[in-house]
Write a protein of this length. Structure first.
Length: 212
């Protein structure tokens, strides 16, 4: 039993060291490396955007984008997490067909679902800020709260633009652009929080405010 315990402790120690070293590397790496990581996450967001299905009563599809957005802030930090979604929005607007349904162009950003994409940027920045600045934010409970907040931010941007584009009131916009997706997005937030809580170091690697 003691040998098994020692082996488990050794595995846990190596795992904690690996997560710490990755985040410390990411924190201290060059701008060029961080930009490449941001481009990689933009590509990932475009990839999971193709996993979609429509509900019969709303023009907004259920996609995998939210999951990628929630993890972007955690893994890349505030500025580069936000930059990854800025790349996703900007490159897609330029015509690269990696928005949902293999679409691209400014028409998507100004259309019924464009607000959600703008919300992706803000959500990634806020999640990344808390993850980088507070060690306590990296527990599963805190991560889940952060992920739910990120989903809420995306909803606000999406619903506001949907209301403007469709010319409907706030209640109808919420019924079309938020309520149908709450269950699925809570599940995505739960999974994202579990992953984030598992891979983030529980000790300071940068200038965390609660490590002093």
């Amino acid at each position: 039993m003691s040998e098994l315990r020692n082996e488990m402790e050794n595995i846990i120690s190596k795992y904690e060291s690996a997560t710490f070293n990755f985040f410390k590397w990411r924190f201290e790496s060059t701008v060029a490396h961080k930009v490449v990581l941001a481009l990689g996450f933009a590509f990932l967001t475009g990839l999971v955007a193709q996993f979609r299905f429509y509900l019969p009563f709303t023009p907004v599809p259920v996609t995998g984008q939210v999951f990628a957005v929630l993890l972007a802030g955690v893994l890349l930090g505030k500025w580069y997490g936000g930059l990854s979604q800025g790349f996703y929005a900007g490159i897609g607007a330029a015509g690269v067909p990696w928005f949902s349904g293999m679409t691209g162009g400014m028409g998507i950003l100004t259309g019924v679902t464009g607000g959600y994409i703008f919300g992706f940027i803000v959500a990634a920045v806020i999640i990344g800020w808390f993850t980088d600045r507070y060690v306590k934010a990296r527990s599963f409970r805190s991560m889940f709260i952060l992920m739910i907040a990120g989903v809420g931010i995306i909803y606000v941007f999406g619903v506001v633009q949907l209301s403007i584009v469709l010319g409907v009131g706030a209640q109808k916009a919420i019924e079309l652009g938020a309520l149908p997706f709450i269950g699925a997005d809570i599940y995505k937030a739960l999974v994202a929080a579990a992953i984030a809580g598992a891979v983030t170091p529980k000790s300071a690697y940068g200038n965390e405010l609660d490590s002093k």
